[in-house]
Write a protein that binds this ligand. Sequence first.
Ligand code: ATP
Length: 368
Amino acid sequence: MSKTYEIAVVPGDGIGPEVCAAAVEAICAAAGKSAFNLVELPAGAAHFQKSGTALPEETFQACKAAGAILHGAAGIPGVVYPDGTEAGIEFGLQLRFRLDLYANVRPIRLHPGVTSPLKDMKPGDIDYVILRENTEGLYASRGSGTNLRDEVATDTLVMTRKGVERIARKAFELARQRNGAPKDGKKRVTVCDKANVLRSYAFFRKVCQEVAQDYPDVELDYGYADAMMVHMVRRPDFYDVIVTENMFGDIISDLGAVTVGGMGMSPSAEIGDERGFFQAAHGSAPDIAGQGVANPLGTILAGAMMLEWLGERHQDRALVAAAKRIDGAVQTVLKDGEALPPDLGGSAGTEKVTAAVCRAMDRQMAAA
Ligand code: ATP
């Protein structure tokens, strides 16, 4: 008998509910509704406005108990704590810290049918993964920095040997599984830091170098975070896996996303040893919320990453195949070009794009 997976579904704010519904539709079309027990849960900025908390304890416990967590997006501009920081994003941040989701995997792939703003880049030329350390770095200080009499403010950048070692190891393991950089086929891990300026980043680099000794088959490369802004535009085909500190990962993944079609195209998987949290890399996009025009493909692809992760974890080949079906259907829709969302130059709304992805899956299954 096939398994049933409990999925905590957190729609959130802004375009979150729209793109989350799209991903739910896609995973159900790919694996069958009966593969999932979907439990919808509240969290985010709107919930904070109603209840005073962005992450109710019941939601946290349900996320902890679920097989995986699927999220839309969270955050409403202006909905802030007294210290000025955003309330809605508390949900994702707390999950990362409390469930120890230390590896934030963000694939940056230029799909067929998508035009990169980088004029010489064709589909296949950009295909790398940003591996963002997700529980340490500068963001570890969230909620515990200081503001002294409104004259001096501090936050602390945290690096531990355990934290850097495990993300570095994940980067090299990931590079081993991949096909290398599009430019030269070399398996490569690029360590992105500011080792020239701060001790913490020099430590990050040193620990990565130590871990690299165990992976002589993978090339070790370095880039200062500022220089990476240039390289990711000039020679994105050189990259295979980029491993970096939490805040740098946040920043460079927006640049990566825009080189492959925009924020709407980038999925993200936040993974610990036991749990996984899946969403698009973008935020709640309040400027387009409620209009039905958000690109759902980033969240749909995050749904595919969720099925792949669950399938591998539970040795469920059918689920891994369902993940591939979603990926294939997204490629088909992009190549056909008939149901492209506005951010990719088309006029199809969120529902139309999602329906096209589901139809492409039906056709794949009928042809198999
Ligand atoms: P966060 O800090 O929470 O990641 P953000 O402030 O960086 O969020 P986003 O919400 O990601 O910002 O939006 C940045 C821009 O990208 C906005 O103009 C938004 O409309 C656009 N955008 C984001 N997601 C999508 C999407 N799925 N489809 C179309 N446009 C999007």
